[in-house]
Write a protein that binds this ligand. Structure first.
Ligand code: DGY
Length: 323
């Protein structure tokens, strides 16, 4: 019997690509270029499964190919707002993701950004590399400490909770949060965290705000000019979720006008383009979407995709089916 034909849209960790090649008739993207809309359409027409990442935009126009052969989009990543799931469902395509395996690494990166922006690590590193450090002095690059401050979390899912645990147990931070639906008590075991009814209730009291909600849909520009204005002027905004959750232009305005102390961003509205206003600001730490970027996690994400595909082609429901 012929093996399912699959297309992997980017280079994946070697061990995962090897496993995919052993199990399926696999096309790899050997030069790791970003696939065009036409290349994605061709993949949907010619393959049984397409394995996209956040860098592939699978909107209704791309998914509207004539006579698609594809029956599953096995996404590499937990977030899938780059896929129009309604359009995919209408075309009979199953969508899967990779939850759980990137929780710790993404939470670690949120803390990295909090520390970097509050302790002015980016500024300091730029100064040293530019040969401009004049030596130790009491007033040099004085930042803000995390210990004892209030952390506000927007989106108290797996990653939000992991950030809260690190912040509270590592830095003695008070935690307040907003989540659309109630969070089960057992998920919050060992954590002192106060639920707020509205995003604004979190924003007004937090010294650090960390975003952990999905992107797209109603969450687009969840943090807009009005909500940025609700934040305290000494507060820092951290985003490891999706770029479109924040209105970047409004963020630039708020930072320029000192209505916010700084921002730590791992995700952007038009990746890989960065708003030029952000690039010009010293009190912003910018990382290139590194949340899940550890060897262990990237391999685990890939193996999770393999499990989803194996289940699907065996006629079982994939463990991480989202649509
Ligand atoms: C995720 O898993 O959502 C990461 O941001 C990469 O897509």
């Amino acid at each position: 019997m012929s093996r399912p034909r699959i297309l992997v849209t980017r280079r994946w960790p070697e061990a995962v690509e090897r496993r995919l090649c052993a199990l399926f008739d696999t096309t790899l993207n050997l030069d790791d270029h970003r696939l065009s809309a036409d290349e994605l359409r061709a993949a949907l027409r010619d393959c049984d499964a397409v394995l996209p990442t956040v860098s592939d935009r699978l909107d209704a126009a791309v998914l509207a190919v004539d006579a698609p052969r594809a029956r599953i989009l096995a996404n590499y990543g937990v977030g899938y707002s780059h896929i129009d799931v309604d359009a995919a469902r209408a075309r009979g395509l199953v969508v899967t993701n990779t939850p759980g395996v990137l929780t710790d690494c993404t939470a670690d990166l949120a803390l990295t950004l909090m520390l970097m922006v509050a302790r002015r690590a980016g500024e300091g590193e730029r100064e040293v590399r530019a040969g401009q450090w004049g030596g130790w002095r009491p007033t040099h690059l004085v930042g803000t400490r995390l210990s004892g401050k209030t952390l506000g979390i927007v989106g108290m899912g797996r990653i939000g909770i992991a950030v809260a645990r690190r912040a509270q147990h590592g830095f003695g931070m008070r935690v307040v949060y907003f989540n659309r639906s109630p969070v089960a008590a057992e998920q919050l075991a060992g954590l002192q965290a106060t639920a707020c009814e509205r995003v604004e209730d979190v924003l007004v009291q937090a010294d650090f705000i960390s975003l952990h909600c999905p992107g797209g849909g109603a969450n687009r520009h969840l943090i807009d000019a009005a909500r940025l204005a609700a934040m305290q002027p000494h507060a820092f905004l951290i985003n490891t979720a999706r770029g479109d959750v924040v209105d970047e232009a409004a963020l630039v305005d708020a930072l320029r006008q000192d209505r916010l102390a700084g921002a730590g961003l791992d995700v952007f509205e038009a990746e890989p383009q960065i708003h030029p206003g952000l690039l010009a600001l010293e009190n912003v730490v910018l990382l290139p979407h590194l949340g899940s970027a550890t060897r262990e996690t990237r391999e685990a994400m890939g193996m999770r995709v393999v499990d989803n595909l194996v289940a699907f082609f065996d006629g079982r429901r994939p463990p991480d089916q989202v649509s």
